[in-house]
Design a protein around this ligand. Structure first.
Ligand SMILES: [Mg+2]
Length: 215
């Protein structure tokens, strides 16, 4: 039986929605301290991120209100990372998981393991896949492009790599490590890497614009 494996961020749900959810949690935390309504703070952070990226958002909001300190920036970061996000699957991801509900489905995702686990929980994915592999649980060196957890999936399902398809968005790391082993790869063209041009080693076997194209 073929096995279908999905990346998480920007493949099954828009990662920016996690970022915005985190900003709203930080806004709730900062609101009493800065004496500014949380909605105002959240809107400011969301606008700032859109222009400058997320690197300095907490520094900027604290500076803007004359309350910058290293400790407060750290507290914002903690609040962001520990918040329980509100997230929704992309509509085509929702349909895809339903369409392939009888297949062995998996998730493979990099990133902070507790953060990724909270995303999986928020999206109610635990009941829809056999397992969500958070590569971080196996050590940082097991992050993509390392093929380790993909090999664990083969062992668990008793299949060869040729029977496993991985769907991801990040051409920089999602496919280059597993392609030489025979895994099938599909690139979903969305998120930050949608327009990124990759060489043959990094490119997937095929590209799609929507998970509805997976049949
Ligand atoms: Mg991704």
């Amino acid at each position: 039986m073929p096995v279908l494996v999905f990346d998480l961020d920007d493949t099954l749900y828009p990662e920016l929605s996690y970022v915005h959810s985190g900003f709203r949690a930080v806004a709730d935390f900062l609101s009493p301290l800065l004496e500014v309504p949380a909605e105002t703070l959240a809107a400011g952070m969301i606008a700032d991120e859109a222009v400058q990226g997320r690197g300095q958002v907490f520094d900027n909001v604290l500076r803007q209100h004359g309350k910058w300190s290293k400790a407060l920036v750290a507290a914002c970061l903690r609040t962001y990372r520990q918040h329980r996000p509100t997230l929704s699957l992309y509509p085509d991801a929702e349909r895809c998981l339903t369409r392939f509900a009888d297949w062995p489905l998996y998730i493979v995702t990099d990133g902070h393991k507790e953060v990724q686990a909270r995303k999986v929980a928020a999206l109610h994915l635990a009941s829809r896949v056999r397992h969500a592999y958070l590569t971080n649980r196996y050590g940082r060196h097991r992050a993509k492009p390392d093929p380790h957890v993909f090999q664990l999936i083969c062992r668990r399902e008793g299949v060869t790599p040729e029977e496993v398809t991985y769907v991801g968005d990040n051409v920089r790391k999602d496919f280059v490590g597993i392609k030489p082993l025979g895994f099938k790869t599909v690139r979903i063209l969305r998120g930050n890497y949608a327009h990124y041009e990759a060489d043959a080693a990094h490119e997937a076997d095929r590209s799609i614009h929507s998970l509805d194209e997976l049949v």
